[in-house]
Write a new protein. Structure first.
Lengths: 132, 219, 447
């Protein structure tokens, strides 16, 4: 009985560790957030099912989106996972508009290129909070 | 949808701006050249001081007698025209799109304000429509073009409102919004909407003759 | 368009028999009309025409400016923009391809349903000059030979005699000498100087003065004498400053008439022109004729009698013997108020000379037209009923002043006298009509 119990416990631990690893590898994000945005956000936040999106879009490499630049050059083997976009793209003097601009650019330019995915304001900033 | 969006948000914006600006310049140049040829006196009587004096009395609410005689019309007209011009220039979404396309950008309205202002323009159009139909003298003057113009003006605001509030089919409303906005811009130099450009000239000339030559007030 | 035609048939338009309109239109064909109008639009239809016609947003804010509209139960056909719609707009839209019947109606609108008073220009947010548009139509009518008979007759008189009333040269001199003789019974050393070289003042009047109201020349002579003014009148044509050709669309004649008038003064080396109490004449000399002759402003200082009287009072050159007792009201004539801003000047005189002054409401630049101006009364008796019906609002305005006690209406304009006379009679207002010179003559110290 005791052996069985410890086996189950072991199994559970292994499962939890695996889950934690998976989570660490592909963070399960559902909403676009950035601490640089101030409180007066006018449009509803954008819900973003990270994994579903990447499966649908066939994105394998993290740095397709989480790009990392050094000296103006994109580093092929580095990424910016875990960093907020604003940590590079936000300068207090250029204001929030610049941050909005680069977020929009990140999504929209790709969607337009692939002719897939939302491009209009309301398609991402859903009032109902649902994903299109 | 993406192809239309790109067309409406790219080439057609440029086309509308070029036609609007080009049409305005060409029409004004034609008017100036024709005036030189057939109404040369206009240039001699034009006076900046009196033109400005007259214009001021007609862009300040209730500064002219006729505005005081029609307080409701005056209030609606002023609020309508202010919202009509300010909303598209300072709507957050527009400023952001401009920032995305060209960089830069400028101050923008809180969405709540733009929302109310858009509604104001729509209600203003409804007011003008009702006025056109219900006032005997205005109905008599109205042509099909006047009604169509009212629709052309209302369309981008109505579709913008629709799109912003994400009512059903708002993606289509968004496209309609872009296309109708461009249509409105294109229409300005070729329709009575040109009063937007001509106002300071016709009013200013009236003011110049009344003030400079006739020493009388024209408000 | 259908609606418009219906409206046209329900009321009297076209029923007034005017031989000038009827015969003129009878000589026309569609082809002839089109060729004349096309040429007119091409040569004279310029930037102003285009800007005015295309800026109008059909808002109807001009309606309440027009006494015709207000007096006729707010019939939309009588609103300023309504008249433009029925005339200029249609002609431009059809590129001149209209029927003789259309021209008849157009002629009646332009000549008898608009006084060119410019009040609507003060009510249009764009300052559209509807009197300009109506004059454009009158010009078209003139070129087509469709003009109401009575006013065309005065235009003929202008071209034949250089005065409005078929006054012969000897009759003019005769009248001046007759008035001098009459006045000398009252003031023995009074003179009416004719052709005085280098006199300070060249005094000109309108044709109807020697014809119908010679006492006005008499009165002016008394005022001039009291002021010790150095003045003169010419013996030759040029003495008449009036101008009905300006209103029939005969701009060539207008230019000739104004040239003769200016040259008469310049020929006598007079220093400035003082014009009698007439509005349209002042418009023709101060605002229209100078333009046609290529002068931005008149070639020598030109003032209306009101400015002259006020100057005499201000400088103390005439003195008030006693104040005018009866309560007066003042009708601001369009051509010297909206046309020259003399409203305060007139009030200065009235307050100096009259005991009680009661304002008309509205007043100054916003006063309603007399209904006679713009050559409308010169279209004569066939249109008399139409004229008085078209100015009920004036009768109401006068009646309101009468309620406040006004007994006398002062109108320093001949046309206004004609119009107000008809209104006072038709609406039985029982008010007396006077010129400023009537009052001054009565009240100044005669030396």
């Amino acid at each position: 009985m005791a052996a069985l119990k410890s086996n189950i416990l072991r199994l559970l631990v292994v499962f939890l560790v695996l889950a934690a690893c998976a989570a660490a590898a592909r963070a399960y994000v559902t909403i676009v957030e950035d601490s640089a945005f101030d409180d007066r956000q006018m449009r509803p936040q954008v819900s973003f099912e990270h994994n579903e999106h990447n499966e649908k879009a066939g994105i394998e490499s993290c740095n397709t989106c989480h790009h990392f630049y050094e000296n103006g050059e994109k580093r092929k083997n580095s990424d910016s996972v875990g960093m907020e976009c604003s940590s590079c793209h936000y300068k207090a003097e250029s204001g929030e508009l610049e941050l909005i601009r680069i977020y929009h650019k990140q999504c929209k330019s790709c969607h337009l290129q692939k002719e897939q995915g939302p491009v209009q304001c309301g398609q991402c900033h859903r009032k109902t909070g649902e994903n299109p | 949808m993406h192809a239309i969006y790109e067309l409406a948000g790219g080439f057609l914006v440029w086309a509308a701006l070029v036609i609007f600006a080009g049409g305005t310049v060409i029409r004004m140049a034609w008017l100036a050249a024709t005036a030189r040829k057939k109404d040369a006196a206009v240039f001699h009587y034009f006076s900046f001081y009196y033109a400005l004096r007259s214009i001021l009395h007609w862009i300040v609410p209730f500064a002219s007698r006729n505005m005081r005689l029609h307080p409701v019309m005056t209030a609606v007209t002023f609020i309508f025209h202010l919202c009509l011009i300010i909303t598209p220039i300072f709507a957050a979404a527009h400023v952001i799109l401009i920032a995305e396309s060209w960089g830069g950008g400028w101050w923008y309205l809180p969405d709540a304000a733009a929302d109310i202002m858009t509604l104001t323009v729509i209600l203003g159009c409804v007011f003008f429509l009702i006025r056109r139909i219900s006032k005997k003298d205005v109905r008599y003057l109205s042509t099909a073009g006047d009604y169509i113009l009212l629709v052309i003006v209302a369309a981008p605001f109505l579709s913008g409102y629709w799109s912003y509030h994400q009512w059903s089919g708002f993606e289509i409303a968004g496209i309609v919004h872009m296309l109708s906005g461009e249509l409105l811009l294109i229409c300005i130099p070729f329709t009575r909407l040109f009063h937007m450009i001509l106002f300071p000239f016709t009013r200013g000339y009236a003011g110049s003759e009344f003030g400079g030559m006739r020493s009388a007030r024209d408000w | 368009m259908k609606k418009q035609n219906n409206l046209n048939n329900t009321q009297n338009p076209g029923q007034i028999h005017d031989i000038g309109i009827k015969r003129g239109a009878g000589r026309l064909s569609r082809e002839k009309i089109a060729s004349v109008l096309e040429k007119l639009i091409e040569t004279e239809g310029g930037a102003r025409l285009s800007a005015y016609i295309n800026t109008c947003v059909h808002c109807g804010l001009c309606s309440d400016a027009c006494h015709h509209y207000l007096s006729r139960g707010c019939d939309p056909r009588f609103s300023p923009a309504g008249k433009v719609k029925q005339t200029v707009s249609t002609i431009l839209a059809k590129k001149g391809k209209v029927s003789p019947e259309f021209i008849k109606r157009t002629c009646e609108i332009a000549f008898t349903e608009c006084n060119l008073c410019r009040r609507c220009q003060l009510y249009c947010p764009f300052g559209i000059d509807i009197s300009y548009l109506m004059l454009f139509i009158r010009r078209a009518c003139h070129l087509l030979g469709v003009v109401p008979q009575y006013i065309q007759d005065t235009a003929h008189s202008h071209s034949a005699t250089m005065n409005q009333m078929w006054v012969r040269d000897d009759e003019w001199i005769d009248t001046l000498q007759w008035q001098e003789e009459e006045a000398r019974d009252e003031i023995p050393d009074l003179r009416i100087p004719i052709d005085k070289q280098g006199a300070d003042i060249f005094y000109s009047v309108i044709g109807p003065e020697p014809k119908f109201r010679p006492q006005l020349i008499y009165q002016m002579a008394v005022i001039m004498h009291a002021a010790g003014a150095d003045w003169t009148l010419p013996s030759a044509p040029g003495w008449d400053n009036s101008d009905m050709c300006m209103y029939t669309g005969d701009v060539e004649m207008t230019a000739r008439l104004k040239k003769v008038h200016f040259e008469a003064a310049i020929g006598l080396k007079n220093k400035r022109i003082v014009m009698g109490e007439c509005g349209h004449a002042f418009r023709s000399v101060y605002d229209v004729g100078n333009r046609l002759l290529g002068w931005k402003m008149p070639p020598l200082p030109t003032v209306h009698a009101i400015s002259f009287y006020s100057e005499l009072l201000e400088e103390g050159r005439i003195e008030i013997d006693h104040k005018f007792e009866r309560p007066v009201t003042f009708h601001d004539p369009c051509n010297i108020v909206r046309g020259r801003g003399l409203h305060e000047t007139a009030r200065y005189i009235i307050n100096r000379v009259c005991k009680t002054f009661i304002e008309l409401e509205p007043n100054r630049e916003h006063n309603f037209c007399c209904g006679a101006g713009g050559g409308v009364i010169n279209c004569g008796p066939p249109f008399k009923t139409k004229r008085v019906e078209s100015n009920k609002v004036k009768a109401d305005q006068l009646a309101a002043a009468r309620e406040k006690g006004a007994e006398v209406v002062i109108a320093p304009c001949h046309n206004c006298h004609g119009g107000l006379e008809e209104i006072i009679e038709h609406y039985e207002l029982g008010m007396e009509l006077m010129f400023l010179s009537d009052i001054l003559y009565e009240c100044i110290k005669k030396k």
